[in-house]
Design a protein around this ligand. Structure first.
Ligand SMILES: [Zn+2]
Length: 315
């Protein structure tokens, strides 16, 4: 089956389903049951700095004379494997856990690491959302607050730094992008950034239920691109290690798609018409992948652009 065929089929399925708005606002997919043979692959990025690829979001690791710290911790059932992988690199257990955002495939190990004494660091909104009972705005399903041990104990609004293992890890909040809880982590000396889910192998997931917007996503890229260079190693939330040129290309693609959607919204097209126009057309082969769900992020972007236009018209 060609990619074009897949895209057309998906859009047909979306239209037949008649619920693109619901799709646009759905929560991130629930974790799949762990295959017993999920292995962790350890990739060395610089002296003392690694990327762990397992199940869930990619993990950044720093080890050295101050101990070990990790960026994101996948799912609860991956914790023994994460610990074993870190133990091969560090004699001491994990001292700090940094969460790039609130999603369960990046924070699922918090309970275990927090209970074992690691200090969890994240944006204020991670603690706010994970620490209180929530209701999914799309499905009205209750979402229980996470256990006390799973909550970040050090939080910040805009930025913070961790001076660790002879490097400075800079945490910068990027508002309303993938969610309203996103940060990027930059190793100043080693010239490495961990983008969380602001950069993945495929089209973005924009979690409107937790404050994500396509405009914010694009602004986040612009902010990061201004601070990195051609030698920067860019850790994706999911997918292989990336670089500045790939992030730039990804950003440029989002701008093209966003501008097309904005134009269609301005000419009063409905969400169904926007989806049927396939504003992602020539990018589907590169970023579409097997799980391409046009309704999710195009639908989300449609809702955002429409709201923005209505606000401009009201002024
Ligand atoms: Zn995510």
């Amino acid at each position: 089956m060609t990619k074009t065929g897949t895209g057309t089929k998906l859009i047909a399925a979306l239209l037949a389903g008649g619920a693109p708005l619901a799709l646009a606002q759905q929560a991130p997919p629930a974790p799949m049951p762990a295959p017993p043979d999920t292995k962790i692959e350890t990739v060395n990025l610089a002296p003392g700095i690694y990327m762990l690829i397992g199940r869930g979001g990619n993990i950044g690791v720093t080890v050295g004379r101050d101990g070990a710290a990790i960026i994101d911790d996948q799912f609860a059932d991956m914790v023994p494997k994460i610990r074993a992988a870190v133990a091969l690199l560090s004699e001491t257990p994990v001292k700090f856990v940094i969460n790039t955002h609130l999603h369960g495939d990046h924070t699922g190990g918090n309970d275990a690491f927090g209970a074992a004494g690691a200090v969890i660091i994240a944006h204020d909104n991670v603690r706010k959302r994970l620490g209180s009972d929530q209701v999914n705005p799309s499905t009205q399903q209750p979402i229980k607050a996470r256990a006390r041990e799973a909550l970040p104990v050090v939080t910040f609004a805009d930025s913070a730094s961790l001076h660790f293992n002879d490097d400075t890890l800079e945490f910068t909040h990027l508002p309303n992008a993938h969610t309203e809880t996103d940060i990027v982590v930059r190793f100043r000396r080693a010239n490495i950034v961990h983008m969380g889910d602001l950069f993945t192998g495929g089209f973005p997931f924009i979690d409107g239920n937790t404050g994500g917007t396509l405009d914010g996503y694009i602004l986040a890229h612009e902010k990061v691109l201004a601070t990195i260079d051609d030698d920067t190693k860019v850790i994706r939330g999911h997918g292989p290690l990336g670089n500045k040129a790939e992030l730039q290309a990804y950003h440029d693609m989002l701008v093209v798609v966003r501008d097309r959607i904005a134009k269609l919204v301005k000419s009063r097209k409905t969400q169904e018409e926007v989806l049927a126009a396939r504003p992602t057309k020539e990018f589907e082969e590169k970023y579409g992948g097997a799980n391409f769900n046009a309704g999710q992020w195009i639908g989300r972007a449609y809702v955002d652009q429409k709201r923005a236009l209505e606000m401009r018209r009201r002024k």
